[in-house]
Write a protein that binds this ligand. Structure first.
Ligand code: ATP
Ligand code: SF4
Ligand code: MG
Length: 344
C-alpha cells in the first residue's frame, strides 16, 4: 500500500484512450473503447454497467491480464507516471502484485487446494522481494491481521477449503496487499458472498483506502455498494464510458439516460421490489449502432443522436456522453408517472 502521508490525494493511476479488443469472425470487438480516467490515492472509483459492457476487460487490461485472444491495441496506463503499456513482460510482472493488484469474484480459484494458506501467502510475499522464509511468514501473518482474520498464525496452517467464502475473500485481499500496492482492482469482490459478509468486506476495503491511501477500482453491479463506499463512479455502456463523476452528483442528478435507467431499475431496498426494469438490451458488440450506442433504448433520442456523441464535461463537473445533456446540462424527466425529477 502507498504510504498514507506521501502523495495522499495525488493521482496514482492515469488511463488515457485505452482500447482493448477481442478478435471475432465479424471483426474486432472493442470491449474497452477509448476509456480514460484518473485515480487518486485513497480514492474508491466504482465501475458499473450492464453485463458485457467491458468492466472486467477494463479491470484486466489495467494489470496486463486480458484473456486471450483479447489484446490492448492502444492507449496509456500510467502508474505513478510510468506507462505500463510500454513495459516488457518481465517489468510488468514486477509491477503486478507489487504496485497494482487485483482480486476476483471467486477466491477459491485463486488458491492451490493442496497447500496451506500460510505457505501460499509466504510465497506471494517472496515474489517481489528478497526476504527470508521467516520474514515472509511474518509478513503473511501481518497481512492477515490487516484484513481482520482471527488467529492469523493458527489459520495459516489451514488449507483453502477450510475457510468460508467470506474468510477466503479476506485471505485473497490479504494476499493482494502483501506487497503493499498503490492500487487495488476488485472485480465483483463480494458477489459470491452473503449480505453481512459483503458489508464486512466493503468496510475493509474502505478502511484500507482511508487508512493506507490505497486507490481502489471497484467493479460492481450493485449501485447500493457504489453509494455506500465509492467516491466517484464511472458508468460503462457497450465498451464506452457514458458518465463519470462524483457519486453524490450521479445519484442526485444522473446526466446520461442509461444512468437514469440504471438507478430506476435498482431493487428498492425499503420495499424489497424492483422499481422499473430498463427496456431493451445492450447492442451486440459486433453490430453496434452507428450513432449513440444507447439510441435504440433511449427515451430522449433526437435527430442529433445518429452521430456518435463524445464525452463532455457539463456544468456541475459531470462528464457525460450525450447530445441532450450536453445541450441542456440536465435531462428533462421523461419517465412515466414522474414529474420534475425530484426523486433522482
Ligand atoms: N474471451 C473473450 N473472447 C471474445 N469476446 C469476449 C471475451 N471476453 C469478453 N468478451 C466480450 O467483451 C465484451 C466485454 O466483456 P466483459 O467480460 O469485459 O464485460 P463485463 O462488463 O465484465 O460483464 P459482466 O458484468 O457480465 O461481468 C463482451 O461483449 C464480451 O462478449
Ligand atoms: S445522445 Fe441521444 S440517444 Fe444517446 S443517450 Fe443522449 S439522448 Fe439518448
Ligand atoms: Mg465482468
Amino acid at each position: 500500500m502507498a504510504d498514507p502521508d506521501a502523495d495522499r490525494g495525488g493521482t496514482i493511476l492515469s488511463v488515457r484512450d485505452l482500447v482493448t479488443v477481442y478478435p471475432t469472425r465479424l471483426g474486432d470487438v472493442p470491449a474497452v473503447d477509448r476509456v480514460g480516467f484518473d485515480l487518486r490515492a485513497g480514492e474508491i472509483l466504482g465501475v458499473v454497467g450492464d453485463s458485457g459492457s467491458g468492466k472486467t476487460t477494463l479491470a484486466r487490461s489495467l494489470l496486463g491480464l486480458v484473456a486471450a485472444p483479447g489484446r490492448i491495441v492502444s492507449g496509456e496506463i500510467r502508474l505513478h507516471g510510468r506507462d505500463l503499456l510500454t513495459m516488457t513482460r518481465k517489468e510488468m510482472r514486477q509491477v503486478r502484485g507489487a504496485e497494482i493488484a487485483m482480486i476476483f469474484q471467486n477466491p477459491i480459484r485463486s488458491f492451490h487446494p493442496a497447500f496451506t494458506i500460510g505457505r501460499q501467502l509466504a510465497e506471494a510475499a517472496t515474489r517481489h522481494r528478497r526476504i527470508s522464509r521467516r520474514a515472509a511468514k511474518e509478513k503473511a501473518a501481518e497481512a492477515l491481521t490487516w484484513v481482520g482474520m482471527p488467529e492469523p498464525r493458527v489459520r495459516m496452517r489451514d488449507h483453502p477449503h477450510q475457510f468460508s467464502g467470506g474468510m477466503l475473500q479476506r485471505v485473497m485481499i490479504a494476499m493482494s496487499l502483501l506487497n503493499e500496492p498503490a492500487v487495488l482492482v476488485a472485480d465483483e469482490p463480494t458477489t459470491a458472498l452473503d449480505v453481512t459478509i459483503q458489508a464486512q468486506i466493503l468496510e475493509l476495503i474502505q478502511r484500507l483506502a482511508v487508512d493506507r491511501g490505497l486507490g481502489v477500482i471497484l467493479v460492481t453491479h450493485n449501485l447500493g455498494m457504489v453509494a455506500s463506499i465509492c467516491d466517484r463512479v464511472m458508468v460503462m455502456y457497450a465498451g464506452q464510458i457514458v458518465e463519470e463523476s462524483s457519486v453524490d452528483a450521479v445519484f442526485a442528478s444522473p446526466a446520461h439516460p442509461y444512468t437514469v435507467g440504471l438507478l430506476d431499475s435498482q431493487p428498492d431496498r425499503a420495499e424489497g421490489s424492483r422499481l422499473e426494469a430498463m427496456a431493451g438490451s445492450s447492442p451486440k458488440m459486433t453490430d453496434l449502432p452507428p450513432g449513440c450506442r444507447f439510441q435504440p433504448r433511449c427515451a430522449y433520442a433526437e435527430a442529433a443522436c445518429s452521430d456518435p456523441p463524445d464525452l463532455w464535461e457539463i456544468p456541475g463537473g459531470q462528464t457525460v456522453r450525450c447530445w441532450v445533456s450536453r445541450r441542456g446540462g440536465k435531462l428533462p424527466d421523461r419517465r412515466p408517472g414522474r414529474s420534475g425529477g425530484e426523486e433522482r
